[in-house]
Design a protein around this ligand. Structure first.
Ligand SMILES: [Zn+2]
Length: 175
């Protein structure tokens, strides 16, 4: 019986390539190469992937250190740690992805810009265990740039506090 199963598995693995959805005779190389033009994904949702050298050319040294090297600006030094008087939108300094709005910004007195919520699908969460702490890191969903962390001690209805580096963002005043 055992031998029968082994034979079955051997058969399955050997002939598995035949299970793929390729038409008989169609070669792998015949498939068109996916380019940004034919993915059907809107331009603003397309991933931004640059080399390390390209990021260095594009960003200021501080932006590069935060976005690409997961650095943190010193508290109370960033441009946006206090909520601006004008309403507006924050975009990722690396790729222009719209990530936060002033409507969700609050003054948390921690020294960094703080928000109750991010724009839908604009940021990605992952576990960060650096410096002996377990935190939830926030990165830009479009370019992968490090933005900051999110904590569950926010005062708003979401209970969240997105703690973000000013230098990782650019602010656009609402017209
Ligand atoms: Zn980005």
């Amino acid at each position: 019986m055992k031998l029968l199963f082994m034979t079955f598995y051997a058969f399955f693995f050997v002939f598995c390539p035949g299970c793929s959805d390729r038409e008989p005779g169609q070669s792998v190389t015949a498939k068109p190469i996916d380019t940004p033009k034919n993915t059907g994904v809107p331009m603003e949702n397309q991933k931004v992937e640059l080399t390390d050298w390209q990021w260095k050319q594009k960003l200021s040294p501080e932006q590069y250190n935060i976005l690409r090297k997961k650095g943190t600006e010193r508290p109370y030094t960033g441009e946006y740690y206090l909520k601006p008087e004008q309403d507006g939108t924050y975009v990722c300094a690396g790729c222009g992805n719209v990530i936060f709005k002033t409507a969700s910004q609050f003054n948390s007195h921690c020294g960094w810009p703080s928000f109750s919520e991010a724009q839908p699908n604009s940021v990605t969460e992952s576990t960060d265990t650096s410096y002996g702490m377990v935190r939830t890191e926030i990165t830009c969903s479009r370019c992968g740039g490090h933005l900051g962390h999110v904590f569950e001690d926010g005062p708003g209805p979401t209970g969240l506090r997105y703690c973000i580096n000013s230098a990782a963002m650019e602010f656009n005043e609402e017209q």
